[in-house]
Design a protein around this ligand. Sequence first.
Ligand SMILES: NC(=O)C1=CN([C@@H]2O[C@H](COP(=O)(O)OP(=O)(O)OC[C@H]3O[C@@H](n4cnc5c(N)ncnc54)[C@H](OP(=O)(O)O)[C@@H]3O)[C@@H](O)[C@H]2O)C=CC1
Ligand SMILES: O=C(O)CCCC(=O)O
Length: 473
Amino acid sequence: MNYSIIINGQEVGQDLEQLDVTNPATGDLVGTVPKGGKAEARQATDAAFEAFKTWSKLSAYERSEKLMAWSTLIDEHADEIGELMTREQGKPFEEAKGEVVYANSFFKWYAEEGKRIYGEMIPATVANKRIFVHKQPVGVVAAITPWNFPAAMITRKVGPAIASGCTVVIKPANLTPLTAIRMVQLAKEAGIPDGVVNVVTGDSKEIGQEWLQDMRVRKLTFTGSTEVGKELMKGSAKTVKKVSLELGGHAPAIVMDDANFDKAVEQVIAAKYRNAGQTCVCINRLYVHEKIADKFAQAIAEKSKELKVGNGLEEGVKIGPLINEDAVEKVKKHVQDAKDKGANVLTGGESKEGLFYQPTVLMNATDDMLCMNDETFGPLLPIATFKTVDEAIERANDTDFGLAAYVYTSSINTGIYIAEQLEYGIVGLNDGVPSSAQAPFGGFKQSGIGREGGHYGMDEFLEVKYISLDLAE
Ligand SMILES: NC(=O)C1=CN([C@@H]2O[C@H](COP(=O)(O)OP(=O)(O)OC[C@H]3O[C@@H](n4cnc5c(N)ncnc54)[C@H](OP(=O)(O)O)[C@@H]3O)[C@@H](O)[C@H]2O)C=CC1
Ligand SMILES: O=C(O)CCCC(=O)O
C-alpha cells in the first residue's frame, strides 16, 4: 500500500520518489512512503503556521474535545494499528497493541491537562501595580521521532503540543513511518482541523535543516540517538528554538541481596526484553550483590531461555526481530567483545537467521567490556557482581548517560539511599516498567534535555508571559 505525506489535511507526495518500508521479520514490503524534502517540509510549516492562528485561539475545552475524539478513534483502531506496527517495526503483536494503549494514554491525559494550564498573580512591590503571569503555546512544533516506539513517541509529543494550542510538523523514522501516518489520518477523521498535525516522510537531513532554519518553528522535540540530538541542538541555536531531547540511555540495575528474589527476576526480565531490548530505558547492565549473584543469574538465564523468538505476528512470540542488520551487528560485537574479555555465556549468544537474536545472558561481566559502557539496544544482559552499596552506585553512575536506572531491595532505606545517589532522570525502585503518561520522562547528562509526560511535559510547549499592570491614573 502507498502511504502519503499529510500536509494541511491533504494526502500528497504520490508523484515523488517512493521509499520502501519493509517487515524486519520477513523482509516483505509493508508499504511505501514519499521521499519528501525541503519543499514538503516548508509546505508543512506553512500549513502549521496558518493553523496555529485559529487552533491556539480555541478554548482548552474545545481542543480537549477534539483530542479525545482522536483518542477514541485510536482505541477503535487499536488492533489495526498494532498489527501495522508489528509489521513495520517487528515487536510482538500483544506488545504493539500495548504500545497503542500506552500511546493513547498521553492523548487522554493531556486532553485533561490542557484545561489546567494555570497562570499566577504575584504580589507587586508597590500598591498600584499588579503582576500577572500566564502561559501561551510556543507556536509551530517540529517533532522528529525514532523507529522503536512508532506510536508512543508521536503521542507524547503531539498530545501536549496540541492540547496547549501548538500545531505540529512530524518527521517519523523512515524505518517505521506507517503507524504515524495512519494515526494522523485518524486525526482528520476525528475533526482535528487541517494543518494542526502534519506529517512529512523522506530525507531526514533536508527536512530537519528546513525546520531548523525556519524562524516560524519555535520548538524542536526529538527522540533518538545522542549523536543526531547534538546536531539538532546545534542547528536549533540558529533561530534559538526551545528544545527537548530524549536521547540514548545505558541503564544500570542494582539487585541487593535482600531483594524479593522472584519479583526482582520478573521485573528484570520485563525491563530487559521490552521491544527485544530496543528501548532507551531497557536495562543494559545488571549489578547483583555477590551473595546472591549465581542463583540470580541462573534464574534470569532460565527465564530468558523460555522467551520465544520469532515473527511478532505468531502466537506466543515474546522477542521479535531487531530493526536492521546494523542492530544485529552491534549485539554480535558486544557479545564477542565480552566473551573475549572473559564473560561466560549462560544462555543465548547466537544470532538466528534473519534479524533475530536469541536472548543472551552473560556472567562475569567486567567494567572494561563494551556492553558495560555502550548502549547495546538488543536482547543482551551482562551481569556483574558487587560487594558494597557504594561500589554499585559508583559503577552505575560511571557513564555520560543518565536516563533510567533500576534498584531492587526490600529495605526502603537502602532503596531511597541508592535512588537518591543515582544520577538518572528515572529510577525504577522495585519497578521494572516505570514509564507512564502522568510522570516526567527524561534524562540527566547526555541522555537529554527536558521532560515528556506529566505537567512537566506540557511546560515544554509553553511560553511564560508576564504582564505588569500599573493602575495609577
Ligand atoms: N532514545 C531512544 O529512544 C532511541 C535511541 N536510539 C539510539 O540511537 C541508535 C541509532 O538509531 P537511529 O534510528 O539511527 O536514531 P537516529 O537518531 O538516527 O534517528 C532518530 C530520528 O531522527 C531522524 N534523523 C536522523 N538524522 C537526522 C538529521 N541529520 N536531521 C534530522 N533528523 C534526523 C531519523 O530519521 P530517519 O531514520 O528517517 O533517517 C529518525 O526520524 C540506536 O541504536 C539507539 O542506540 C534510537 C532510537 C530511539
Ligand atoms: O525512548 C524510548 O526508547 C521509548 C521509551 C518508551 C517508554 O516510554 O518507556
